[in-house]
Design a protein around this ligand. Structure first.
Ligand code: FAS
Ligand code: PHB
Length: 390
């Protein structure tokens, strides 16, 4: 097979890149290690920046999102049992957010790929980028025991944190930085009516978050120790702990019910630089991971794809400037989101080794945030997502 762009990974980054390139006249193929059913069974992100909404609409996959998604104007922050305060991102940043699950986005992208005759090869084993330093890179992989090859001009590594592509950049070139947090998030999905707003809670017992996927699908999280085992958290124990971390007037509004999904995600901040080496470009979790506190992971994957697809489409039109600037441009946004996600994680979680001073300083910062228009504006423009660079 020969294509202009070979894409490793059929998650949101890989599928969205494939869709935008195809619509832009750049032929491509996606090689995904898992089955479609496995990819679609993953429950992950749920909040989209408005810039992400516009990229998805522009890629022709906005119709169901606009029909089933929930536009949010504000996020709520409750702390130490104090009165909840709402921060209106529309008022302070001039744009809302959209609650629409990553699972739905992946379903919509697979459907769009099928409708356009896009080529997504799943259960592709042992995918390997080859000759990324040369003029004629290619991919090898196995399917049904047979070794296969894809010749291409460029390779996009959209294969997530545990993928193969980042490791193909020579150790003398690749530089990564990481911060691992001493806790994780225990998440539950339940077919119950959610709260109206997305509410973050900081409490002596630990962080909690109330979110949603649709009017009958709620998503909740509680901070948990890294050695937490799912089997130690039956539903009734989860609901009791979640409610204990919200102020009473919010806790009594939480509708409980059987969990249909329960999982634990560790929290880390990770950035690999550069996001390009030779003919290989990284996008999404393959290059960076942020703690989900700032709802940035999926949005960063979408912004990387916006920049990379624009660069590749312009290249084939004979205007190559965006390819040269891709890594630096993407990393400016990655570091902005990584810092914001780190800041909100440090502010809202309890740390095993925190001192009384740490506690009082965080309380004071939340107090300042609840009173200052400038502080709210700063939080909102970052939470709602900064504009893309031209
Ligand atoms: P993905 O990991 O989604 O996709 C990579 C794809 O590549 C996968 O399908 C994988 O099977 C495939 N692959 C891997 N290795 C391969 C190989 N060698 N060959 C071929 N294919 C290969 N973000 C938020 O904003 N909010 C959240 O609440 C949130 N919660 C999360 C919870 C969990 C448990 C995790 C792990 C992540 C969460 N994230 C969240 C972040 C998440 O949404 C990612 O940002 C998003 O999935 C990034 O998409 P991709 O870059 O496409 O990577
Ligand atoms: C979610 O809806 O899954 C969600 C919302 C906000 C976050 C993280 C996750 O910060």
């Amino acid at each position: 097979m020969r294509v202009q762009v070979g894409i490793i990974g059929g998650g949101p980054a890989g599928l969205l890149l494939s869709q935008i390139l195809h619509r832009g006249g750049v032929d491509n193929v996606v090689l995904e290690a898992r089955s479609r059913a496995y990819v679609l069974a993953r429950i992950r992100a749920g909040v989209l920046e408005w810039g992400s909404v516009e990229v998805l609409r522009g890629a022709g996959v906005g119709e169901r999102m606009d029909r089933e998604g929930h536009v949010h104007d504000s996020i709520g922050i409750a702390w130490s049992g104090r009165e909840l305060f709402l921060i209106d991102t529309n008022q302070y940043a001039g744009r809302p957010m959209m609650a629409y699950g990553q699972t739905n986005i992946t379903e919509d992208l697979y459907a769009a790929r099928d409708a356009m005759g896009g080529v997504v090869i799943d259960e592709a084993e042992d995918v390997r980028p080859q000759d990324i330093d040369g003029e004629r890179p290619y991919l090898t992989y196995r399917k049904g025991g047979e070794l296969r090859r894809v010749d291409c001009d460029f390779i996009a590594g959209c294969d997530g944190f545990h993928g193969v592509s980042r490791g193909c950049i020579p150790g003398s070139v690749l530089h990564s930085v990481e911060k691992v947090y001493p806790f994780g998030w225990l998440g539950v999905l339940s077919e119950t009516p959610p709260l109206d707003e997305i509410i973050y809670a900081r409490h002596a017992r630990g962080f909690a978050l109330a979110s949603q996927r649709n009017p009958m699908l709620s998503r909740y999280y509680i901070q948990c120790p890294l050695d937490t085992k799912i089997e130690d958290w039956p539903d009734d124990k989860f609901w009791a702990e979640l409610k204990a971390r919200f102020p009473p007037e919010i806790a009594k509004r939480i509708v409980t019910g059987p969990s249909i999904e329960k999982s634990i995600a560790p929290l880390r901040s990770f950035v690999a630089e550069p996001m390009r080496h030779g003919r290989l470009f990284l996008a999404g979790d393959a290059a960076h991971i942020v703690p989900p506190t700032g709802a940035k992971g999926l949005n960063l994957a979408i912004s990387d794809v916006f920049y990379l697809s624009r660069a590749l489409i312009e290249h084939y039109k004979g205007k190559g400037r965006y390819l040269e600037s891709y890594s630096d441009m993407a990393l400016r946004r990655v570091w902005s989101a990584a810092r914001f996600s780190w800041w909100l994680t440090m502010l809202l979680h309890r740390f095993p080794d925190q001192t009384e001073f740490d506690e009082r300083a965080r309380e004071s910062e939340l107090d300042y945030l609840s009173r200052s228009e400038h502080a709210k504006r700063s939080l909102c423009e970052q939470y709602a997502g900064l504009p893309f660079e031209n």
